[in-house]
Design a protein around this ligand. Structure first.
Ligand SMILES: C[S@@+](CC[C@H](N)C(=O)[O-])C[C@H]1O[C@@H](n2cnc3c(N)ncnc32)[C@H](O)[C@@H]1O
Length: 278
């Protein structure tokens, strides 16, 4: 009963924006993607945040809280407020990182007063904001004048072994009309010069731009395929084209052909950018 309601709700989203994240996707994302793809970068970003020793930290697009947990463990005596647009992600995040104050919020319209935070951080979220400069202006508004924004965005698809293998799998599953989500959204903001220009338009100066390459590890290519196909906005895109479980199996096979059988590892590259109010 519950399952058929979920499937209907996912299918009904198929024609809407690919940026939609729905209920069970949050659990799948947390289970298969956060430990393999997102945690290595969360550890790196939390370490950078910690160097600022900020008393009040705001996290944008916090998802299920992988970075939130690292911030709580790493940044001494910080008060962490974690936000995300999607209530389902906030629900999972609140359970997984109860030490933070969780709030549903659109990064483009933050429910906070000017100057409320000493540091704002955002891991792999900015690519999803429809108007990046407007979101950066919002971040600047709620930062103290001597605060900082620390964000990350993926490099190009070719620099991410897991996601390049995933896209090859989707092309195998749907040769005529593969979903374009991975290239257009997660890897669609890979030019650091454009990020720097958008920051400037939002009233922030990029003071450090670093390209960071880390290794991800997963128990199998099939786990990664399950995470990407059922735990991201690819899910409604796949549902719109065919059967979710048989497509996930085709994608898993193709990912295994590229990444290998058994436990797999892959290189992943991101830009990590620090900006301060101009
Ligand atoms: C790839 S996930 C990253 C989540 C988390 N930061 C992590 O590292 O696992 C992107 C997140 O952006 C959120 N998101 C998309 N548009 C948003 C917006 N306008 N404001 C806030 N969050 C948004 C999604 O709900 C999703 O949780």
């Amino acid at each position: 009963m519950r399952k058929s309601r979920e499937v209907r709700s996912v299918a009904s989203l198929a024609n809407e924006t690919e940026r939609v994240w729905v209920d069970s996707m949050a659990e799948a994302y947390e289970r298969w993607l956060t430990p393999t793809v997102f945690r290595p970068f969360a550890r790196d970003l939390a370490r950078r945040v910690s160097a600022h020793a900020p008393p009040r930290v705001l996290e944008l697009a916090a998802g299920t809280g992988v970075l939130t947990r690292e911030l709580l463990a790493t940044v001494d005596s910080a008060r962490v407020t974690a936000t995300d647009l999607n209530p389902a992600m906030v629900d999972v995040g609140r359970r997984r990182a109860p030490g933070a104050t969780w709030r549903q919020a659109d990064a483009m319209e933050l429910p906070f007063a000017a100057g409320e935070f000493d540091l704002i951080t955002c891991q792999f979220g900015v690519m999803f904001f429809p108007d990046k400069a407007a979101a950066f202006a919002e971040a600047r508004r709620v930062l103290t004048p001597d605060g900082a924004l620390l964000l990350s965005t993926w490099g190009t698809l070719e620099t991410h072994d897991f996601q390049a293998a995933l896209v090859a799998g989707l092309e195998r599953a749907f040769p005529e009309d593969p979903p374009t989500f991975m290239v257009s959204v997660p890897h669609g903001y890979a030019d650091a010069d454009i990020v720097v220009a958008d920051l400037r338009a939002g009233g922030l100066d990029a003071v450090r731009v670093e390209t960071v390459t880390l290794e991800g590890h997963a128990a199998s290519a099939a786990d990664l395929a399950a995470g990407y196909c059922t735990g991201t906005p690819l899910r409604p895109a796949i549902e719109a084209r065919g059967d979710l479980s048989s497509t996930t199996a085709v994608v898993a096979q193709q990912m295994e052909a590229r990444l290998g059988t058994g436990a797999v590892k892959g290189s992943m590259t991101a830009h990590v950018i620090e900006a301060v109010p101009t």
